[in-house]
Design a protein. Structure first.
Length: 371
């Protein structure tokens, strides 16, 4: 009986190390874009510096706070940063939360235990009552960048202000991008009367005076983080509409879109799976610059006095203090340098993202080394 010859099976090619990013398989196109992003050294290192500073300020309560990180008192451990404790817990007389910076409370705790303080023993709202000079006081070893006109530590307010500015900018950019991409996709894909009516609506809506609306809002209620976010979202989504609309207008007549329609694929599926990935290339290059605009919006509103509630940590409010206290230059310079550093990093990152998605740079590379 003849035995059939068995040809050796071709081993399945495993993904090369360069075809993975953080352990996730990626396409050659994505790898080229990553290489283009890394080739822009200024933007590449700006991304790491920005991520490092942002991640450092996220746990701001553990870096700058007027409450100890950990307390050991009578063989028990307490964490005031995470949970408030009444003064009676440490042998005091009041049921209110303990003021750990007071000498009386310090003596009570250190008599039968110890405390571990954050690197900066001030929160953004902590008033330093032990200043030896009038406020705003100049920089000292205790307050590295001095205090503002209400005796609050400038370093602590910079840390909290940087965090809230980035969080506001990221949140506003995320939600406005979702709304803007959806609106632009509907306009560009369907066209006709839908596109025409939407364009007229955008022209009318963009003509509304945002600053006057904020002034009216501030006279009725006290604006907070979410009120400002919602109001700015009503207008910021229009920045991406034109870009996405143009991409959908261009792609809706491509052959693969017509073929999908002929096969009976729904419009939503065509928009989501076939047209949107092509439109996202141009959209992603705008996102870092939209983030820059979102951060500057909050800073400008706080500088004018129509932003976050009084006492909130804000770079714009610190710049306003520097304008009102020219005899204390550390206020204006501190806010200016932090804001300039943040915006410069974001602009450099945006330039690197633009280079990464540049078609001429992406496809100018040959596959000779890969084949």
């Amino acid at each position: 009986m003849a035995v059939p010859l068995q040809t050796p099976s071709t081993p399945k090619a495993s993904p090369r190390p360069e075809d993975r990013f953080l352990g996730i398989p990626i396409s050659r196109l994505t790898r080229r874009r990553l290489q283009n992003f890394k080739a822009n050294r200024r933007g590449y290192w700006s991304l790491w510096i920005f991520l490092g500073v942002f991640l450092l300020t996220l746990p701001a309560e553990f870096i700058a706070n007027d409450k100890p990180l950990l307390i050991r008192y009578k063989e028990s451990f307490y964490c005031p940063v995470l949970k408030p404790y009444p003064e009676t817990t440490f042998g005091g007389d009041f049921e209110t939360e303990a003021e750990y910076r007071e000498a009386f409370v310090k003596d009570l705790i250190e008599k039968d235990g110890w405390m571990i303080w954050p690197p900066i023993p001030y929160s953004y709202r902590t008033v330093n009552l032990n200043l030896k000079t009038p406020v705003p006081s100049p920089p000292t070893f205790e307050n590295l960048l001095g205090t503002d006109d209400q005796a609050r530590d400038v370093v602590a307010r910079l840390i909290y202000g940087f965090r809230i500015s980035i969080l506001f900018g990221l949140t506003l950019t995320l939600f406005s991008s979702v709304v803007g991409i959806a609106a632009g996709a509907v306009q560009g894909y369907f066209g006709g009367w839908i596109d025409l009516l939407f364009q007229r609506f955008i022209e009318i809506w963009s003509g509304l005076p945002i600053l006057y609306l904020l002034i009216i809002l501030a006279s009725i209620i006290e604006p907070n983080f979410w009120w400002l976010l919602g109001l700015m979202l009503m207008f910021s989504w229009m920045r991406l509409v034109r870009v996405v609309r143009a991409e959908f207008l261009r792609a809706r007549n491509f052959d693969f879109v017509r073929a999908a329609r002929a096969l009976g694929v729904s419009d939503f599926t065509i928009m989501r799976r076939h047209v949107l990935p092509n439109a996202m290339v141009a959209t992603l290059t705008f996102l870092p610059f939209l983030l820059v605009g979102s951060v500057t919006v909050l800073t400008s509103l706080d500088f004018l006095g129509f932003g976050l509630p009084p006492g909130s940590p804000s770079l714009g409010e610190l710049l306003n203090q520097g304008k009102r206290n020219l005899q204390a230059p550390w206020l204006g310079f501190s806010g200016f340098f932090v804001l300039a550093l943040m915006l410069s990093l974001l602009v450099f990152i945006g330039e690197a993202v633009r280079d990464a998605f540049d078609v001429r740079k992406t496809f100018s590379q040959t596959d000779g080394a890969e084949s």
